[in-house]
Ligand binder design. Structure first.
Ligand SMILES: [Zn+2]
Length: 622
């Protein structure tokens, strides 16, 4: 169509023309040149009904290029072109009656879908009242600018934008009922909240996205008080009573899975308890096999913890040599233990065991383990306003502060968490939540079109409360009045998936890397906690030489190398003659023992492998 209109095909253009004319790209491929890009766009726009609403065209003035996009996977945004607004208003009753669908509107050209290229040159109005002659498009509603996660945030327009972004990111991490058929599924990892609630302060976005029907949080009573320092620096104090009543309680599922592979000539994998079998190599200690049933698989409702074997399995011997611990190769003729065990730091109760046969005939076993997770110190929580924090202390209900009505907060937040974040929306939500709970209704907190906060404050006053949301509170331990009015209300809190139980880690001794002889990395392998470059610098600045030596050498990759006194190369120990042999001097030599890190020795070796001569200048100690 572009060529029919009169653009010059790319193959026919001379280099001079190519330099002067505007290139036309279709899905990123150069197909033609034109000298009238604006006219081409106007022509294509006119022909849009004939082409497809799926195609977007842009003349990029900065690059002087025409882009025509028709490929899949482009993010596009529905908008009403200004010249179609009147038509759209006329159709409103029809749309409301359900006679015209959204795709009808797209087909009629009343709704245009702009891709990122086209959006760049659109001037979008958010309401009819602000519309002027510069605008090219009108959005349906102001909150349409938000995505799925961001549209859950009530009073978002009152927040500092970075906080809304943080809040939107954490809405995705909140625990809830992630699917309705979780009971039947074998997800490799899954969290489920016990009592998710619809937020009292809701948005139209939460209705449209279906969040109201699958929420991921609870409406909790919050008070803003510094609590003995246990909620400083974004920590959170929670009431034991609230936790015991089921607040933020969740369960964690993990599926362990393995299949019995079949082999051509010999017998393949077998599900069985390897413990009583004599000719099986690589078995663990006896205690780990105690939970297995007759069939070599754990029974449902068995308590299991770190290291316990869940699925007993043996595999045929490998007919290839294996590197043995003492050095040299070794052939194994015994069957091997290839059982699946619990992860080292986890625990739980077996919920489901699935036995199945795959289409190829391989047997498959899946074991789902559940672990109930009541909130514990260090677990992460967040509101929808990016006010995140970890649980710093759990107070007994009777030690928590209370109001004259006897209301005890579920969560106590430090007021210092508010001013620097400028999350005014959070304060509005607490206030609105309070009104909603007292009046027994949901409050609309949709950004740009929410219930005015002034009305909510007025409502609080009518309900017999302070219009500011503040109340006089009493210390639970002493019974004394707190000498300041306390801001208390209800906020929607999410329990996030990051829990201490999954992150806690310590190491004394453990696995070492083969190459560097330093501790291995990672929690799953029981790895070391790295004392990095920056931490080392701190120790240097304190002059803590012994600590540095202990961390970097003694507790890490300490080695002794024997350096030839003659020439300074690293000598070998000859066990037969009980002497040191220098590869450079080609004779037995006197050596000087040198304590270093194995990494240094490795570095010397690597330099030598790169044809760099390395001599160590060792002298007698002073
Ligand atoms: Zn030598």
């Amino acid at each position: 169509m572009v060529l029919d209109w009169g653009a010059k095909p790319a193959a026919q253009a001379t280099p001079v023309e190519a330099g002067k004319l505007t290139p036309v790209y279709v899905d990123g491929r150069l197909i033609a040149f034109t000298d009238k890009p604006e006219d081409l766009i106007a022509f294509l726009k006119e022909k849009r009904p004939e082409i497809s609403p799926e195609v977007n065209f842009t003349y990029n003035r900065e690059e002087d290029a025409v882009y025509i996009n028709a490929d899949a996977g482009r993010m596009r945004r529905p908008l009403i072109p200004v010249d179609k607004i009147e038509e759209a208003i006329k159709l409103l009753p029809e749309i409301e009656a359900g006679n015209i669908s959204f795709s009808d509107l797209v087909r009629m050209g009343i709704v245009e879908l702009l891709d990122v290229d086209e959006e760049e040159y659109a001037v979008i109005a958010y309401s009819l009242s602000e519309l002027n002659e510069k605008h090219t498009h009108l959005d349906f509603t102001p909150y349409a600018m938000f995505g799925v996660a961001a549209s859950q945030i009530p009073y978002a327009e009152h927040n500092n934008i970075p906080r809304d972004i943080i809040g939107a990111n954490m809405v995705r991490q909140g625990l809830g009922e992630y699917v309705a058929n979780w009971r039947l599924r074998f997800d490799s990892r899954a969290f489920l909240m016990f009592y998710p609630q619809r937020p009292i302060v809701r948005t139209r976005g939460s209705e449209i996205t279906g969040y109201d029907y699958r929420p991921s949080g609870q409406n909790l009573v919050v008070a803003l008080i510094p609590m003995d320092g246990y909620n400083m620096d974004d920590a959170l104090v929670m009431s034991r009573g609230a936790i015991d009543r089921g607040a933020a309680r969740a369960v964690f599922f993990r599926t362990y899975e393995t299949e019995a592979k079949r082999q051509a000539i010999i017998e393949g994998d077998r599900f069985e308890n390897p413990l009583p079998l004599k000719k099986v190599s690589g078995k663990k200690e006896e205690q780990y096999y105690q939970k297995l049933g007759e069939d070599g698989i754990v029974d449902p409702e068995t308590y299991v913890e770190g290291g316990d074997v869940l699925i007993g399995k043996t595999s045929p011997p490998r007919f290839s040599p294996e590197l043995s611990i003492g050095g040299g190769y070794q052939y194994t003729f015994e069957r091997r233990d290839t059982s699946i065990s619990m992860r080292a730091w986890e625990r739980g109760v077996v919920t489901d065991v699935l036995l199945a046969t795959k289409t190829g005939g391989e047997k498959l076993v899946r074991v789902k383990v559940r672990d109930t997770r009541p909130p514990e110190l260090g677990d992460k929580f967040a509101t929808r306003h990016g006010q995140k924090g970890v649980l710093g202390m759990i107070y007994r209900q009777e030690d928590m502060p209370f109001t004259s009505d006897g209301i005890v907060p579920d969560i106590v937040l430090d007021p210092h968490a508010i001013p620097s974040r400028m999350t005014i929306g959070q304060l509005y939500e607490i206030l609105a939540g309070k009104v909603g709970a007292l009046e027994g209704r949901f409050i609309d907190g949709t950004p740009f079109m929410s219930e005015p906060v002034e009305d909510l404050m007025e409502a609080l006053k009518k309900l017999g409360f302070e219009y500011s949301g503040e109340e006089i509170m009493y210390d639970g331990r002493t019974g004394r009045m707190i000498k300041a009015p306390i801001f208390i209300g209800i906020s929607y809190y999410q329990r996030l998936k990051h829990m201490v139980r999954d992150k806690i880690h310590a190491r004394a001794r453990g696995q070492m890397q083969l190459l560097t002889r330093q501790p291995v990395e990672g929690r799953a392998r029981g790895g070391g906690l790295r004392l990095g470059e920056m931490e080392g610098e701190v120790l240097i600045s304190h002059g803590a030489a012994s600590v540095i030596r202990d961390r970097y050498v003694e507790q890490s990759d300490k080695t002794i190398v024997y350096v030839c006194k003659n020439c300074g190369t690293i000598a070998f120990f000859n066990q037969r003659t009980n002497e040191f042999f220098c590869p450079r001097c080609q004779s037995s030599v006197e050596v000087k023992p040198l304590i270093t890190s194995h990494a240094s020795k490795l570095f010397v070796d690597e330099l030598m492998s790169g044809h760099v001569d390395v001599r160590l200048d060792v002298r007698e100690e002073v």
